[in-house]
Ligand binder design. Structure first.
Ligand code: FMN
Ligand code: SF4
Length: 541
């Protein structure tokens, strides 16, 4: 609580809340208490329970912290009354002792909902930029790299590469110029973790980038944000200006010789531009096409200079690691998957939204505890993790720990953090078709295994979901998938078959019912009465 404020009212201004008109709620608060000196009305980043937007948090100097869901402007007078009178709270008051809140560990999202992302003063008030100060004034670049290595942090953009190792590679590269890039392209369907972090705590991302720049010896950074994220872009632009004025970005940071500037580059919304080599080509002004590695960006990246590229969440994890130490961070998570991960929990659970949990939490805990169980008490069928590059974890694996190794062994991935929970009304063949269709449209077309492979896989999956599939189609799919995985040039084509492979592994019976009985067990697919030959393309068997 700053100054003499008796209460601070935070109206969530994350995109899901803005979409449900949290601005009208904020205006209603301002109209009622805007002139009251001891009540501040602010915006905040994503509070988390996005399925119950708009969310409002009311913090008082007496230490109370009340969260309200589904707030509408007409509810505002009642909420304000709770500040001054012994008024009973409305039913929109949330119990913060439920597992949705208590099972989360908030490190990356610690500030979201508690500070106004548009005010650097709020970030400074919660210890913002102290980690950067500590790094540049009392640690050597090698010590910073060492601390990040000790934390065990792995890149949150999908591949899970050890962050400290990557930083060490760029730090050791000899060059007159190095770059730091923050990957905020976030193209996975259903994923919005990075958007929430950029919108909700932009200074945290900038601070992580600046610490990284100091550690690897870079003086220029870029944030590549997809154009569909206008709120994130606006808040980052504002944050950069504020940080420069504050002297924490720009020249002579904290009165030291270290200098670091950050510019924003806006992407056009192509999924493949999130792939690091395509992203670099896009920043250089070329078409966003991937190229083979090596050379890796750490050796020859942006304008052929050594370049550190990390994900938004990876950078947002850095300040707490530097502040509290790598060992502190490493106490969360599992032996090989340290720390916490932000997930976008969607689908048929009662609590949908943005969650941050220690890696290694079980699927059961996420679905039943944090998610509050399946809507309407229906049976849990599967959880899709990792979006188009991931796979499906079936109900028989509810006790699977969600860490990099366990999910990979189960045929899925942690990925960037999209989680889609499905009940018995989901058709797993249709799910596989959806993700393959996405990859087909997003394939850049540069290499044949991906360009032709995704199109052929979609044709087969469409045939099966339309009731025209054969056993030969399954054989063709099973032959095609490893070919795409091994021969595609970049991660898009290499991982596009994953949802098909994993649904074939766990839900083969559903494929067979579509083929043999011409029925969709979940009742999702519309079966055509046409014989299977009618679906053949070019008369092929
Ligand atoms: C098709 C494709 C899309 C990707 N999209 C993203 C993205 O939106 N954000 C991201 O951070 N990484 C994305 N990646 C991974 C990046 O190539 C890169 O590994 C990552 O930015 C490195 O950061 P990290 O080490 O912090 O994870 C994508 C990879 C592929 C193959
Ligand atoms: S795998 Fe797909 S997206 Fe990647 S280069 Fe080849 S065609 Fe393009």
């Amino acid at each position: 609580m700053s100054g003499t404020a008796r209460a601070r009212i935070f109206c969530c201004a994350g995109t899901p809340c803005l979409a449900t008109d949290s601005e009208a709620v904020k205006k209603a608060f301002e109209a009622l208490v805007g002139q009251t000196p001891d009540v501040e009305v602010r915006e905040s980043g994503c509070i988390g329970l996005c399925g119950r937007a708009p969310m409002v948090r009311v913090e008082s100097t007496d230490g109370s912290d009340a969260l309200y869901e589904s707030v509408t402007p007409d509810l505002v007078p009642r909420l304000v009354a709770t500040l001054t009178e012994e008024a009973s709270p409305p039913e929109q008051l949330l119990d913060q002792q439920t597992p949705f809140f208590t099972r989360q560990v908030r490190i990356v999202t610690a500030n979201a909902g508690h500070i106004d992302p548009e005010r650097i003063e709020d970030y400074l008030a919660v210890g913002g930029y102290e980690a950067l100060n500590k790094a540049v004034t009392s640690s050597s670049p090698q010590e910073v790299v060492g601390e990040v290595t000790r934390s065990g942090l792995r890149g949150r953009g999908g591949a899970g590469f050890p962050t400290g190792v990557k930083w060490g590679l760029v730090a050791r590269a000899e060059a007159d110029q190095k770059y730091v890039i923050c990957n905020g392209d976030e193209g996975d369907p259903g994923a919005y973790m990075d958007r929430a972090v950029m919108e909700g705590d932009p200074h945290r991302v900038l601070e992580g980038m600046a610490i990284a720049a100091y550690a690897v010896g870079a003086s220029q950074g870029f944030i590549y944000v997809r154009g569909e994220y206008p709120v994130a872009i606006r808040r980052l632009q504002r944050a950069i200006r504020q940080a420069e004025r504050q002297g924490v970005l720009g020249g002579r940071i904290f009165e030291t010789p270290f200098q670091f500037r950050v510019d924003i580059r806006i992407g056009g919304g192509a999924f493949v531009c999130g792939e690091e080599t395509a992203l670099i080509a896009s920043i250089e002004g070329g078409r966003g096409l991937p190229h083979p590695r090596p050379p890796y960006p750490a050796q020859a990246g942006l304008w052929a200079k050594p370049t550190l590229i990390n994900n938004v969440e990876t950078f947002a994890s850095i300040a707490p690691i530097v502040m509290h130490g790598g060992a502190w961070y490493a106490q969360h998570g599992t032996e090989k998957s340290r720390g916490t991960k932000v997930f976008a929990l969607a689908g048929k659970v009662n609590n949908t939204g943005l969650i941050e949990v220690p890696l290694g939490i079980t699927v059961r805990d996420v679905v039943e505890q944090i998610g509050g169980g399946i809507v309407g008490g229906r049976p849990f069928k599967a959880m899709q993790t990792g979006g188009p590059s991931g796979g499906c974890v079936p109900a028989s694996m509810l006790d699977l720990p969600m860490d990099y190794e366990s999910l990979q062994q189960a045929g899925s991935i942690v990925g960037s953090g999209g989680l889609l929970v499905m009940d018995d009304t989901a058709c797993m063949v249709d799910v596989a078709r959806f993700y393959m269709d996405f990859c087909m449209h997003e394939s850049c077309g540069k290499c044949i295994p991906c360009r032709a492979g995704t199109a052929e896989a979609v044709r087969i999956l469409e045939r099966i979901t339309a009731g025209g599939g054969t056993h030969g189609d399954l054989e063709r799919l099973e032959a095609l998938c490893p070919y795409m995985q091994e021969a595609s040039l970049c991660g898009l084509g290499q991982t596009a078959p994953n949802p098909v492979v994993s649904t074939l592994r766990y839900f083969r019976d559903e494929y067979l019912t579509h083929i043999d009985a011409r029925q969709c067990p979940a009742g999702v697919c519309t079966m055509s009465a046409l014989p299977s030959e009618a679906f053949r393309v070019g008369g092929r068997p």
